[in-house]
Design a protein around this ligand. Structure first.
Ligand code: SAH
Length: 360
């Protein structure tokens, strides 16, 4: 759909924003709530089908607004049921969204930026450079499109696709509010997860603004190693990151921080590092998610052998830390962690190092 620059995209609004928009039009805010429900609960984008709005209000809306959803330019199902969509936002920007079905849940992994500025050494999204933040409409639009395409409701949304969600704070926050709204996707705070590389001031701000689940890309038990793997650590080191995450739980006994830890052969996977990790997480209610490294063209890292991953996990479990190993999903279609690249034409930071593969 071609954007009409004059018209406001109603996908941009959470409940509060929608009410304000209607108020500004001289209409009652409850019409805004109805429209939110039409769009997100019923998937309706055409104002004439919103039967509880009066004809004059529909006409007014058609003049001022539209519901503009991202366009699917390519889609690919994987052998294991994982499904990847390449979505076009405008002529320069494409992003990837991945659906991961499991027997007892169906998770959508969405992107928050086109590319990423953070430069983590083991992530292929980082190799693309950074182009721009997504708008709220583009973030929630991924959920909208997936819900239209799927024949089952989503049970979980994770902001673990392309980009650093907390570097696009306002748009991400509004989108998570729509996900949680009873008039929209009705996902509980436990079923919406923001994953961050550890931008401490934004984690502190999120503690005031939201209760969604928090996952943190830890990947190393010490500053010297984390400085290399996740360079933002040089700005916000572990002694600031860990307390900020602990405080995020606000003492709620049912909650834990999820720590993502990519298993890199010979880099971060030794018994000594497992012990260091146990010490680091002491006093913070934690879940550790070990992620087998997904290689991409040009990388020098290798995934730890399965026996090493098992031994590492065993150590953490024996210390009383809930630890799971993430199943690699959709890797036959480059949809696994760190393999999402979308297409970033305007690379502000670096040249694309590799070519080939899907969606590049
Ligand atoms: N920027 C956010 C959101 C991205 S989430 C963050 O860093 O948390 C994507 C997850 O996949 C992160 O935990 C990331 O560290 C991990 N990841 C990146 N590249 C990977 C790779 N090649 N193999 C496995 N996991 C990877």
């Amino acid at each position: 759909m071609q954007p009409d620059e004059q018209k406001t995209n109603l996908l941009e609004f959470d409940r509060e924003g929608m009410e304000a928009f209607f108020r500004e039009m001289g209409a009652k805010p409850f019409h805004g709530r109805n429209v939110l429900k039409w769009i997100h609960k019923h998937g309706v984008t055409d104002f004439d089908s919103m039967t509880d709005l009066s004809k004059p209000l529909r006409a007014q809306l058609k003049e001022a607004a539209e519901v503009r959803v991202p366009e699917i330019v390519f889609e690919q199902p994987a052998l294991d049921g994982t499904h990847k969509w390449l979505l076009e936002l405008d002529c320069n920007n494409r992003i990837e969204t991945v659906f991961i079905p499991e027997p007892n849940r169906s998770t959508l992994c969405i992107s928050s930026q086109v590319g990423c500025a953070l430069d983590c050494s083991f992530c292929s999204t980082a190799q693309q450079g950074f182009n721009r933040n997504l708008t709220t409409a583009e973030i929630i639009g991924q959920v909208w499109v997936a819900q239209r395409e799927l024949d089952r409701p989503l049970s979980n949304v994770v902001l673990m696709g392309m980009g650093e969600p907390l570097a696009n704070y306002d748009a991400v926050l509004a989108a998570t509010r729509i996900m949680q709204d009873d008039l929209a996707y009705m996902l509980s705070k436990y079923r919406v997860t923001i994953s961050t590389s550890g931008i401490v001031p934004a984690i502190r701000q999120l503690t005031r603004d939201s209760e969604v689940s928090l996952a943190v890309s830890l990947h190393a038990p010490s500053n010297d190693l984390r400085d290399q793997l996740v360079p933002i650590n040089r700005k916000y080191p572990l002694e600031e990151l860990i307390p900020a995450c602990r405080d995020y739980l606000r003492g709620d006994k049912r909650r834990k921080v999820t720590w993502e830890y990519v298993m890199l052969d010979g880099i971060n996977d030794s018994d000594r590092q497992a012990k260091q990790l146990i010490r680091l997480l002491e006093g913070t209610p934690s879940k550790v998610n070990l992620i087998p490294f997904n290689p991409f063209p040009g990388t020098e890292y290798r995934c730890s052998p399965m026996e090493r991953i098992d031994a590492f996990r065993e150590r953490l479990v024996r210390a009383g830390i809930v630890t799971t190993t993430r199943k690699t999903r959709g890797n036959d279609i480059d949809a696994a962690c760190g393999q999402l690249v979308g297409r970033v034409k305007d690379r502000s930071r670096r040249e694309l190092k590799h070519s080939g593969g899907l969606a590049r």
